[in-house]
Design a protein around this ligand. Sequence first.
Ligand code: HEM
Length: 183
Amino acid sequence: MAEFWGPLAALAGEWEGEGGLDTAYSHSQHKVLGTPFREKCTLKSFGPVANGSQELYGLDYKSAMWRNDEENPFHTEVGYWLYDAATGEIMRGFVVPRGITTLAGGTAAADATEFTLHAAKGEANYTIGENLYLAKEASTLSYDATITIGDDTWSYDETTMLKMAEFAEPFSHTDRNTLHRVG
Ligand code: HEM
């Protein structure tokens, strides 16, 4: 699989993680909060997808994060991971159901165990779209993630810079977790 999916081959499957940590501004508590969370994530392989001479292999994914034993997740994502083995281009395109779409990208060797992804508002290729309310009140300026792959485990550490109405300076909204294979 690594020949076509590169580092994404190790991510296919079902995953859970108990030790997530989110830092965000809470509108209900009017302060910045560090929130522990648990997470489930499913990634399914597909490919190839042909764009002319480009061949992409990928994973479609769904992830959800919960606080404690709450019934409804407080954050979810659906999206695609994509890899171009000819160039090493690696991408994660996803939607956060606040009305945000992100296509983040980077490069990674097929056997990489760590790689980074970047997107920023207004950039030509790896960029962020958001709804009209968020553009005024909490605009996503950039998204940066580091992915680290272990043995039946993988971790992410991501920073989403937000221009929030509540703060004069951009606010660093961060999330990290380590996921363990359950299927
Ligand atoms: C594990 C990943 C994530 C978790 C657990 C998470 C969780 C949260 C939480 C708890 C809030 C505060 C909501 C409130 O009380 O008002 C928030 C705000 C926000 N998040 Fe995330 N988030 C994650 C990732 C992301 C990503 C990747 C993006 C964008 C690409 C994003 C964009 C935003 C925005 C724009 C807001 C501000 C909404 C507002 O102030 O109205 N988040 N997030």
